[in-house]
Design a protein around this ligand. Structure first.
Ligand code: ADP
Ligand code: MG
Length: 456
């Protein structure tokens, strides 16, 4: 029954959440009428009690239990489960450790959504300057399929949300028009099915299937390049749908004109509707995506940790989400709070601590918290020693840890570059002589480079 319970759970929470929390759980059997689950540490135990007790009881109820009871037990520490500081960071496998759960297909309320990922909805799509045009076009198409833009062609690099956006249109239409037939297919699948249908003498079924849908989503169409028979078949599918005003959405990693060995007649059809692109998300959008992800997974991660992750992982949203998942898994396995240092440690496969990119504001905040005073005071105009020393320390560290020039640092502090130069010289002189300054620099430097071990 444990497999059934897991199956139920998996349908009701996100993948990230599932892998983070449920994959490592051990079923310890039933004791005194209660299902006992082994978890790794007391943090996880608390977490399960707070967040998953009801879900687990529901799962048992759905399997026929009258009065389901679940309890959690902390497993004895295992050599490999507890990560020591000197160990390398956990390989991704740790996150998904344990038995692979049975593959459960997403619950679908209606049959017309069976090929769609339930998480890829408009609600879950963060709109930023990088994708707002593609988003608006997708929404327009969802609102009036076959009428707004046909076909809609979305292109962009891998991991930027093309598939998500296509599925979102599918969900939107499925909700409003339950009778519409929706088909999502990758170009690879389309090709394979075509080949099989030729082999099995079932090309008529193949054709009927794709030519009778109301919404056709074809992902990664760049893969038709060089496949003549697939292009031929798709050309006819396209025409049949287009002529009966059925909506077609295509995605690709490049615009139609850059797809080599694409038949001219197909290329021109791809250009009939609207071509729109998705670019890499900028910093604020990346933070917003992480924030939404953390919220969905019911994990509270401090803003500064989200920002650190968003600063390190800049191009691909899938990697961005993966990085967050790693940090969450690392912190929970080690039973430590989410801090910059923990995040940097968890992500040290992506960047070495020295490469941790730090911004002036980060440094200022850290210095401020070290000296226990507000950042604005340090940046302000006060001239008493209590403020001047932290200000000099901040300027020194900014110079050391960021790529900013003296004039830029000066501007940040509302001073000129010679003042910054003076501050840096002053701190250099005091290093090794003045205990407080030396200690401050060493502590802060470690913290910002993510190597402060005693935080773990
Ligand atoms: P692509 O098809 O372009 O390679 P995907 O659609 O598979 O990219 O997106 C990769 C991951 O990033 C998915 O988990 C998706 O949900 C997520 N994602 C992409 N764009 C966004 C966005 N704007 N807001 C939220 N999540 C996003
Ligand atoms: Mg995709």
């Amino acid at each position: 029954i444990w497999a059934d319970v897991l199956g139920y759970v998996r349908k009701n929470i996100s993948e990230v959440e599932y892998h983070t929390w449920f994959a490592p759980v051990k079923n310890l059997g039933v004791q005194d009428g209660s299902l006992v689950l082994g978890v790794r540490n007391s943090f996880a135990q608390e977490w399960f009690r707070k967040h998953y007790l009801e879900l687990l009881e529901d799962a048992l109820r759905s399997l026929g239990a009258q009065n389901p009871q679940v309890s959690f037990q902390v497993l004895p520490a295992q050599q490999d489960a507890l990560l020591s500081l000197n160990d390398p960071p956990p390989p991704p496998a740790v996150v998904t450790a344990g038995k692979p759960a049975p593959v459960i297909h997403p619950v679908s309320t209606a049959d017309n959504r069976r090929s769609l990922n339930p998480k890829y909805t408009f609600e879950n799509f963060v709109v930023g300057p990088n994708n707002n045009l593609a988003h608006a076009a997708a929404l327009a198409v969802a609102e009036s399929p076959g009428k707004a833009y046909n076909p809609l062609f979305i292109y962009g690099d891998v991991g930027l949300g093309k598939t998500h956006l296509m599925h979102a249109v599918g969900h939107y239409i499925a909700e409003r028009f339950p009778e519409k037939r929706i088909e999502y297919v990758s170009t690879e699948t389309f090709t394979n099915e075509l080949i099989n249908s030729i082999r099995d003498d079932k090309t008529t079924q193949f054709r009927n299937r794709y030519r009778s849908v109301d919404l056709l989503l074809v992902d990664d169409i760049q893969f038709v390049a060089g496949k003549e028979r697939t292009q031929e078949e798709f050309f006819h599918t396209f025409n049949a749908l287009y002529e009966s005003h059925k909506q077609i959405i295509l995605s690709s990693d490049r615009p139609p004109k850059e797809i080599q060995t694409l038949e001219g007649r197909l290329r021109s059809r791809f250009e009939w509707g609207l071509i729109t692109d998705i670019q890499s998300p900028e910093f604020e959008t990346r933070v917003a995506i992480l924030k939404m992800n953390a919220e969905h997974n019911r994990i509270s991660v401090p803003q500064e940790v989200l920002e650190l992750i968003a600063r390190q992982v800049t191009s691909n949203i899938r990697e961005l989400e993966g990085a967050l998942m790693r940090v969450v898994a690392f912190a929970s396995l080690n039973n430590v709070p989410f801090s910059r240092a923990v995040a940097a440690k968890a992500l040290s496969n992506i960047f070495t601590p020295q490469e941790v990119k730090v911004e002036m504001m980060d440094v200022l905040r850290q210095v401020a918290s070290h000296y226990n005073m507000p950042p604005e005071v340090i940046r302000g105009s006060g001239r008493v020693r209590e403020v001047v020393v932290p200000r000099q320390v901040a300027q020194y560290l900014i110079r050391e840890l960021t790529d900013h020039s003296l004039p830029e640092i000066g501007q940040f502090f509302g001073r000129d570059h010679s003042t910054v130069m003076h501050a840096i010289n002053k701190v250099s002189e005091q290093m090794g002589k003045d205990a407080d300054v030396t200690e401050a620099i060493i502590t802060l430097r470690k913290r910002m480079q993510g190597t402060e071990d005693d935080e773990l």
